[in-house]
Design a protein around this ligand. Structure first.
Ligand SMILES: Nc1ncnc2c1ncn2[C@@H]1O[C@H](COP(=O)(O)OP(=O)(O)O)[C@@H](O)[C@H]1O
Ligand SMILES: [Mg+2]
Length: 381
């Protein structure tokens, strides 16, 4: 609500959201007040009972001393023992409260632990190949749980070492789904893929993800320094390696200009960086990880067109000679890749080298035309 105040004000949705927040706050206050009442009652009752017990012990003790049945010194023991005994149960009301709270937390944790595993893992994973080449996708179809149509169907592709393939297509055509399947975040419904001839589903998912890496559409940046965000990819990276990755993502000049350099904090979700810098940092991290196969999912998606095209150009330069699957909905720069696959509604509708597709009548030609019109509108070209 706080970070989105500007948008909510513009959309006129602020009063409604504020009311909802206020309602939630009231509920929270009620819960807190109920908990406080319980604590107070518990504490009060304990104090009352222990007070009464001590008083009663004192009365009985004093009488005993007066009657000569008890020595004066022993009176202290009689009066103080109940006090000491109550100290042992003083924590009980609090313990009851904690018990309830922990049980609720445990329920939530167990919900997660009991949830069905979304992807199947082999019972006895095979040894991962040292190198994943060639990565061959055969007749791959995938569907999300609860959906009645495939998000991706009948896809074939082969990534030899050093080959770069671009996957293009309108929003919702199945591009991200392909990345999800290749990283084993989603199971294939039919078909599958092999790494150096080994069925990917016979391998441990983590082993697959060491061979196939992803720079996701919305790569997460941690609320920490530039350096820490990079080191996630490679714990023991040297200063030299960090600089190299930043250089290839074209961030080096900028980081050098910062007073704190690599120790500059990026803010929550990278809020202190521009959109382009965020994506470049995510790219630098992916390059640093040095995956044998790198999947880039719409790295330029949230950027304005000139910034996005500049990023695409730089990443195509940075991935030259590296096996890459570039997912994008922009066509700028794709002359550089070996093959372009055009998806529509989960199916391959056209494939081949960019120049060939752009020269032929077909879906890509249509996309080129649309893109040129869009560029004219925003004055990108
Ligand atoms: N988690 C999901 N659950 C159900 N359907 C999904 C999910 N993610 C994507 N889809 C559907 O799968 C299709 C392909 O989506 P996606 O691969 O994300 O497309 P793209 O990345 O090309 O925009 C779309 O119809 C989309 O609505
Ligand atoms: Mg997508």
């Amino acid at each position: 609500l706080l970070t989105g105040t500007a948008e909510l004000t513009v959309a006129g949705a602020l009063p409604e959201r504020t009311t909802a927040a206020r309602r939630a706050d009231n509920t929270l206050t009620r819960i807190a007040s109920r908990a406080a009442t319980a604590t107070a009652l518990g504490d009060g009752l304990t104090a009352l009972i222990s007070g009464l017990t001590v008083a009663a012990a004192a009365v009985v003790g004093v009488q005993a001393v007066a009657d000569g049945r008890l020595e004066g010194v022993a009176l202290a023991v009689v009066v103080l023992t109940p006090l000491a005994a109550f100290e042992a149960v003083l924590g009980m009301p609090l313990a009851v409260q904690y018990r309830q709270r922990v049980r609720k937390s445990a329920e939530r944790v167990l919900d997660v632990l009991d949830a069905p595993v979304p992807v199947r893992e082999p019972e006895q994973p095979r040894q991962a190949p040292a190198s994943p080449f060639p990565l061959v996708v055969r007749d791959l179809s995938a569907r999300y749980a609860g959906q009645d149509r495939d998000a991706l169907s009948g896809l074939d592709l082969t990534l030899e070492q050093g080959r770069r393939i671009a996957v293009v297509g309108p929003s919702g055509s199945g591009k991200t789904t392909l990345a999800q399947v290749l990283l084993r975040f989603l199971d294939a419904r039919a078909g599958g893929y092999t790494l150096a001839g080994v069925d990917a589903y016979a391998l441990d998912g983590d082993d697959v993800r060491r061979l196939v890496g992803l720079c996701a559409q919305d790569a997460h940046l941690f609320d920490s320094s530039l350096r820490e965000n990079l080191l996630l990819a490679k714990r023991d990276a040297t200063e030299e390696e960090l600089r190299d990755a930043l250089g290839r993502a074209r961030l080096l000049e900028w980081t050098r200009s910062l007073p704190d350099g690599l120790d500059t904090l990026v803010g929550e979700h990278g809020a202190r960086l521009s959109g382009g810098q965020r994506q470049r940092l995510a790219l630098a991290r992916a390059l640093l990880a040095d995956f044998p196969v790198l999947v880039l999912d719409e790295p330029a998606e949230h950027l304005d067109l000139p910034t996005g095209d500049a990023l695409t150009a730089d990443l195509l330069a940075a991935t030259e000679g590296r096996t890459t699957l570039l997912i994008t909905h922009r066509l700028a720069g794709l002359e550089a890749v070996d093959e372009v696959i055009v998806l529509d509604e989960g199916r391959v509708v056209q494939r081949g080298p960019y120049a060939e597709l752009a020269g032929a009548d077909g879906p890509l030609r249509g996309m080129v035309r649309q893109e040129a019109e869009a560029d004219l509108l925003v004055g990108a070209r």
